[in-house]
Ligand binder design. Structure first.
Ligand code: CR6
Length: 802
């Protein structure tokens, strides 16, 4: 039976066709109907949002404000229709007029407002919070250009701008009525008033922040939340005087400078560039968001004493760390609170998640930059630092020698993680292992001072997008066998374990995998012009390109395998290696690794002795919508980062729930996957975190591994001698031989050995499908519904609004 939402949607689509285009669906063109479907869906969400926010207000519920520079939303149409349980009806309705809904899905560009895991996590959390009816508002920037489009030319990554708003802007609801002014540069003046010493920020430059709301739907819920994206524009706009004088370019200069702030997403992941524009972006969205949040709170309650009971501001990595001084500034300068009272409110309303231990990603800003761009904010940070250091000297004299490391300002820099720890009531890592490393290593001293602040929330994924929508066949099988309850409550998926010995189910699983492989193979044939064998084993490594993630180790193994097939008559199981990864634009080594993968792909493809056993494919432009095609097709999930480096990983969870078996190191959330599936349903290899640290301290010398291992020598010399299509890869050869910071060579032998174990397992079809089933059935704990419930109960202390 058709639901009430579907009926409303249809009426509204018809109406929009008339009003916007003076047309009807029958005679409409694809673009018109596409626009009508998106607009109608958005309207339904707007209405639901209105009803839900009324309830939130009435109940005076505590709210979460999730501050994140990145939300990797992906596409929204399918997700929204699926959540509204209207997908089938609308599909049928459109089909009546000869339109294929799949084509509309393909027309919608990804909202790529993020780089990778961190941004996608934020979007999964918005989905889960909404599905579980918790009130949450996400805050970020409405980047005109999201993550770049990757085009591979002759093996080399090229970046092209991604302008997504034209085709996806229907989801963005402008709220000109809630514009907010943000101040940069200028001077500060202190003077005495009847309230004591007050500070005034003068001669500043103003930028206007204009909000656009993107509605976030949930499944089987009344709730709709919003993601508020700020766009920057000039306060003065266009200069008529200059224009009249014929200075046409100059007349629009102010506008250009202001709007540059929300122009483009910084394409770096796990590595930070301390550029002025980036600092402006951070302060811009932090200030606009906090001004709005505090204004609303004050309007309602007339005081901030109750703020920590009604609001929690979540700092997603240090990118929004200026929340700490900005909230202090607002409370003191705009609402007249004295320092201690303001600090009390601030430090009880902020919570911080750390997402990395990589030193190049721990943000720090040069003092001069912060001071010149944000003089008032800098003066507040200085005072926070002064008090913090004093507190350590007084209460923890044993740590005085470490004060340089712990201080918020030291070595000419402002250290953002230290600021977040001092200014938040909760600090969490994103997997058990990562949170342990934070406590015992990265922030060891802070943990001595604030032992109760540190905690763990293991990441999760929304299985509604990553299983139900991306893999409808598997979702259907699960529904048949265990009922549809898992869609709302993934812990139910555990019941699928009962089918471990069920031949019929195992064979269905194989058929489904095959179908998904065909879908991917079609995509590869179309984009890469490579025919892949759907009976071969699909071994998948898809994620950002980073040295620590060790795509290079994967290629070394492939080259070794190639040589064994070609020169030693080795006949392995047919296997297809699939890579997809974007490299940060200025990251030379990462781009070299992509070039190597592409060269190996060509070499194999051209070699009739090898190509029936081995294929290597690099799929360009990895993004959410592409991941939705690749992941359901994977047999093997490569999670091979150097132990201790990958904070959690979330691709590992998406692959697992789609039945891929992990081949990985004991790193990040792999450790918890290992615990969930048991040692016989995962392939673990390589040094542990402890062993990595020990080897590092003993002094790691890659030459030792080169000398001790014939295969390593063969592979490296093969690369050096131009064996890979006559191409020069000296840079990589030298990197591995004389530096190898992530110990590829140390793990090489163990990795190759693991591959042989994988092959052996895969040859036993029944056994491998059972492994796959175990991975699906035990993925329950990796639901982002579980993660956000942990946050809600243990950190945010918020309740659902029904
Ligand atoms: N790059 C971690 O590296 C983690 C995500 C989300 C990352 C990754 O292991 O799963 O965050 N870190 O927690 C940062 O972005 C700083 C990532 O996506």
């Amino acid at each position: 039976m058709e639901n009430h939402v579907s009926q409303k949607l249809k009426t509204s689509i018809e109406k929009i066709m008339e009003v916007n285009f003076g047309n009807n669906i029958k005679n409409g063109n694809k673009r018109q109907v596409y626009e009508a479907v998106l607009t109608a869906t958005n309207e339904i969400l707007a209405e639901k949002r209105y009803e839900y926010s009324k309830k939130v207000k009435e109940q005076e519920a505590k709210q979460v404000y999730y501050m994140s520079m990145e939300f990797l939303v992906g596409t929204s149409l399918k997700n929204n229709l699926w959540n509204l349980e209207a997908e089938d009806d609308i599909k049928a309705f459109l089909a009546e007029y000869g339109f294929d809904i799949e084509e509309f899905y393909e027309m919608e560009p990804d909202a790529g407002l993020g780089n990778g895991g961190l941004g996608r996590l934020a979007s999964c959390y918005m989905d889960s919070m909404t599905t579980l009816s918790y009130p949450i508002t996400g805050f970020s920037i409405r980047y005109e250009f999201g993550i770049f489009k990757q085009v591979i030319i002759d093996g080399w990554q090229n970046e092209f701008p991604d302008s997504w708003i034209d085709q996806a802007g229907y989801w963005l609801n402008p709220r000109a009525d809630e514009e907010i002014e943000v101040h940069f540069f200028g001077n500060i003046k202190e003077h005495w008033t009847d309230k004591g010493l007050t500070t005034e920020h003068t001669d500043y430059v103003s930028v206007m922040a204009k909000p656009y709301d993107l509605f976030i739907s949930g499944y089987d819920t009344e709730a709709v939340n919003t993601l508020r994206l700020w766009s920057a524009k000039s306060t003065s706009g266009f200069n008529m005087d200059l224009f009249s004088k014929g200075e046409y370019v100059k007349s629009t200069e102010n506008e250009a400078i202001a709007s540059s702030i929300s122009k483009v997403l910084y394409p770096a992941d796990d590595k930070i560039e301390g550029k002025s524009l980036r600092l402006k972006q951070q302060y811009f969205f932090v200030s606009a968001s906090l001004q709005q949040i505090t204004k609303e709170h004050y309007k309602k309650y007339g005081t901030f004493e109750s703020f920590p009971d009604k609001a929690v501001i979540h700092i997603n990595d240090t990118h929004p760390s200026l929340c700490v001084p900005e909230l202090m500034r607002i409370l003191m300068d705009d609402y007249g609170y004295v320092w201690d009272a303001a600090w009390d409110i601030t430090a009880n309303s902020l919570a911080y998640t750390n997402h990395t231990v990589m030193s190049e990603a721990l943000e720090k800003w040069p003092i001069d930059l912060v001071k010149s761009h944000l003089p008032r904010i800098y003066s507040i940070i200085e005072e926070i630092n002064r008090r913090f250091c004093q507190f350590i000297y007084t209460n923890h004299p044993e740590l005085s020698a470490s004060i340089d490391k712990m201080a918020i300002i030291s070595e000419g820099m402002v250290k953002m993680a230290n600021l977040c720890i001092a200014g938040s009531y909760s600090v969490n890592g994103v997997s058990k292992l990562h949170s342990d490393i934070l406590k015992t290593d990265t922030f060891h001293n802070f943990n001595i001072v604030y032992p109760d602040k540190f905690t763990n929330v293991t990441n999760g994924i929304t299985h509604r997008r990553w299983l139900c929508q991306a893999n409808p066949l598997l979702s259907q099988l699960l529904t048949e066998k265990i009922g549809g309850g898992f869609k709302k409550s993934l812990s139910d998926i555990e019941k699928f374990n009962e089918f471990y010995y069920d031949e019929a189910v195992l064979s269905r699983l194989r058929e489904i995998k095959k179908e998904n492989k065909k879908r991917l193979a079609d995509y590869i044939a179309q984009k890469n012009g490579i025919e892949v064998n759907c009976d071969s084993m699909f071994d998948v490594q898809v994620k950002r390109l980073h040295e620590y993630k060790r795509q290079l180790l994967n290629v070394l193994q492939i080259i070794d395998l190639y040589r064994k097939i070609k020169f030693q008559g080795f006949r392995p199981l047919p296997q297809t290696y699939i890579f997809a990864a974007k490299a940060s634009a200025g990251y030379f080594m990462a781009k070299e690794i992509i070039r190597l993968i592409c060269a190996v792909s060509d070499m194999v493809e051209r070699d009739p002795d090898v190509r029936d056993f081995l294929k290597v494919v690099f799929i360009a432009d990895y993004k959410v919508s592409l991941a939705e095609i690749i992941i359901p097709a994977a047999d093997i999930s490569e999670q091979i980062s150097q132990a201790g480096k990958e904070a959690s990983g979330t691709g590992n969870m998406k692959l697992m729930i789609n039945g891929a078996v992990t081949l990985g190191t004991m790193d990040g959330a792999n450790v918890e996957i290992y615990e969930a599936v048991g040692p016989e349903n995962i392939f673990i290899f390589g040094l542990s975190t402890q062993e990595v640290n020990d080897l590092y301290h003993r002094g790691y010398r890659p030459e030792d591994f080169y000398n001790a291992n014939q295969s390593i020598r063969d592979v490296l010399e093969f690369i050096k001698s131009g064996g890979i299509g006559g191409k020069n890869f000296d840079s990589l050869y030298h990197y591995l031989m004389y530096s190898d910071p992530y110990m590829n060579l140390a793990d090489f032998a163990s990795y190759c050995d693991a591959h042989r174990r994988v092959e052996e397992a895969y040859r036993d079809e029944a056994r491998f499908t059972q492994m796959s089933l175990k991975n699906i059935a035990n993925a329950g704990i990796f639901a982002s519904d579980r993660s956000v419930t942990d946050y809600a109960n243990h950190i945010w202390h918020v309740k659902p609004v029904q």
